[in-house]
Design a protein. Structure first.
Length: 82
């Protein structure tokens, strides 16, 4: 199942040597441990620069968006088996 979303999520991340790495995400009262960061890229909404993280746990793939101006994380895509 593939879904486009725009849901706020809580993300535990490390910020080391000018790099961001998401470690854990909480969405709809469920916690997901991020096992792999598959891709990181940037994009723009108007003049705002955004960061996108394609991540996965053992069962699902997620695309997270970080807005560094307001420090907000959003889940924008989900791919889950079933």
């Amino acid at each position: 199942m593939y879904e486009f979303l725009d849901d706020p999520v809580d993300v535990l991340a490390t910020f080391t040597r000018n790099r961001v790495r998401p470690l854990r995400m909480r969405w709809q009262d469920k916690t997901y441990d991020i096992k792999r960061v598959n891709l990181i890229h940037t994009g723009r909404e108007g003049t705002k620069r955004l960061f996108y993280f394609s991540v996965s746990d053992d069962a699902n793939a997620f695309k997270l968006k970080l807005d560094p101006e307001i420090l907000e994380w959003r889940l924008v895509e989900l791919y889950a088996d079933g």
